[in-house]
Design a protein around this ligand. Structure first.
Ligand code: SF4
Length: 460
């Protein structure tokens, strides 16, 4: 699985451009296909610089031209909507009655087709196939009279968009930080000197030298100007349905999401997994990286020693983008290897975050057996993935999900392990001391209407 994107913004800080690049580098795990920075030049003009690839490739140190500016927003992209073409790399620039503004967005809209059709009829021109561009046109469409845009136009536009968004809008004198009313994706504000920083994850705030101030709340629009912060809400119908996969897999362990540290969440889920599905074994190990914290929790709760039985080669790209099964399997072998001296003659509990196709889990099991493991017990820190995600994660079809076709026992046989258990939905909530999360890819309880994407009922 891949996250769609990460956003990072800076207002009122010297070297804003460089600060955004620092932030984007810390958010690189959220998207590696492209990145960009929009910035306010000394003249007040908004410009954008962007390209395909990692931040270090698009803006190589020592070769980049870093304009002097105090306000900028940036974006790292992994394309789920709109494909991988370079015209889909953000931020996007827009203009309304001579006022330019830039937009960077993380998430997916579920009524994108409907909004695009409506905007197209009123003359909007789309230069990309990304649904993020829709938000920019919506804000223009809601602008006041023959002026630029303001906080009211942002609020009115967002009120018509359904789905997941943590988005930043930069005008020549304002930065708007906005989160959808279900709060699917994280977004936090920090202070840096007399200025402000906004980031998809708190790990990037710290990397930029900023102090965490607060999270942007579901449905909130925070307007940042030279006079400070101003908060308003675009909807009264709000919920705390943070994407469970942010905690389980996507976010960095050193990030805090809505007050809960991601490493602590994963460690707790490992403890709860032992309570729910205990097993006897000689050692516990985690699949790097997201299984490592859970393995610590499982080991603490069970008293089974924690060992490093699997090692990751960090220089290999992610496996799932390979087009064929055999290439994906070769990709797993390049990415992970088992430590023979640790596992030989031992039964092993393996903690992993999820099972998508089953390819990686089966490869891991084979790898451990080849290295001499006598028993393999797989423990998964999420419930079975059975349904597609419409909110910015690339699980587009349930046919690719092994648990949508098979029960747990069949999956166990297919991935060739001695026992298999998944964390329950209650366990997941308990791990974060939360009462609400989006868990739609586990239970099909989607927090929004699905419009034309609804596979069961068609268009609504
Ligand atoms: S459906 Fe799953 S992946 Fe998508 S937002 Fe909800 S929890 Fe996250």
């Amino acid at each position: 699985m891949h996250e769609e994107c990460g956003v990072f913004g800076v207002f009122g800080v010297e070297n804003a451009f460089e600060t955004v690049l620092t932030g984007l580098s810390s958010l690189q795990h959220r998207g590696q296909e492209g990145c960009g920075v929009a910035f306010t030049e000394a003249s007040g003009t908004l410009s954008v610089s962007k390209g395909p690839g990692l931040v270090s490739r698009v803006f190589p140190e020592g070769k980049r031209h870093a304009p002097s500016c105090r306000c900028a927003i940036g974006h790292v992209r992994y394309g789920t909507s709109g494909g991988r073409e370079t015209e889909n790399i953000q931020p996007f620039l827009f203009s309304r009655h001579g006022c330019r503004y830039a937009l960077a967005h993380n998430g997916n809209f579920v009524n994108a087709e409907e909004l695009k059709g409506m905007l197209g009829k009123s003359g909007a021109l789309f230069l990309s196939s990304s649904d993020s561009e829709i938000a920019g046109h919506m804000i223009a469409a809601e602008g006041p009279g023959r002026k630029g845009i303001d906080e009211g136009s942002v609020r009115r536009a967002l009120n018509r968009i359904e789905g997941a968004f943590s988005l930043l809008v930069l005008t020549p004198d304002r930065l708007y930080a906005c989160r959808d009313k279900n709060g699917f994706r994280p977004l936090s504000v920090g202070r840096l000197g007399k200025g402000f920083v906004v980031s998809s994850e708190t790990c990037a705030l710290r990397a930029a030298g900023a102090e965490f101030e607060r999270d942007v709340l579901p449905g909130e629009v925070i307007e940042i100007g030279e006079d400070g912060l101003r908060s308003s809400f675009y909807s009264l119908d709000r919920r705390n349905a943070m994407c469970a996969m942010e905690y389980i897999y996507f976010a960095r362990p050193d990030s805090d999401i809505e007050g809960i540290n991601v490493h602590a969440f994963r460690e707790e889920s490992g403890k709860i997994l032992f309570e729910e599905s205990p097993v006897r074994a000689d050692l516990v190990t985690g699949v790097p990286d997201s299984g490592l914290s859970a393995a610590i929790g499982f080991s603490k709760a069970s008293g089974i020693p924690l060992e490093t039985a699997l090692v990751k080669n960090g220089y290999v790209g992610r496996t799932f983008i390979q087009p064929t099964q055999s290439l994906r399997e070769a990709g797993v072998r390049m990415k992970l290897s088992a430590v023979r001296s640790v596992v030989q003659g031992k039964s092993v509990v393996v903690l992993d975050d999820s099972i998508v196709r089953g390819t990686t889990s089966r490869q891991i099991a084979r790898m451990l057996r080849e290295a001499g493991a006598t028993g393999i017990h797989m423990r998964i820190t999420s419930p079975p993935l059975r349904h597609p995600c419409f909110y910015g994660i690339d699980i587009s079809s349930d046919t690719e999900l092994i648990s949508s076709r098979m029960g747990a026992e069949e999956v166990r046989r297919c991935i060739e392990v001695d026992s298999l258990a998944f964390l329950s939905e209650e366990g997941l909530l308990r791990a974060g001391r939360r009462t609400d999360l989006c868990m739609a890819c586990f239970n099909a309880s989607y927090p929004t209407v699905l419009y034309s994407h609804d596979p069961e009922n068609g268009k609504v």
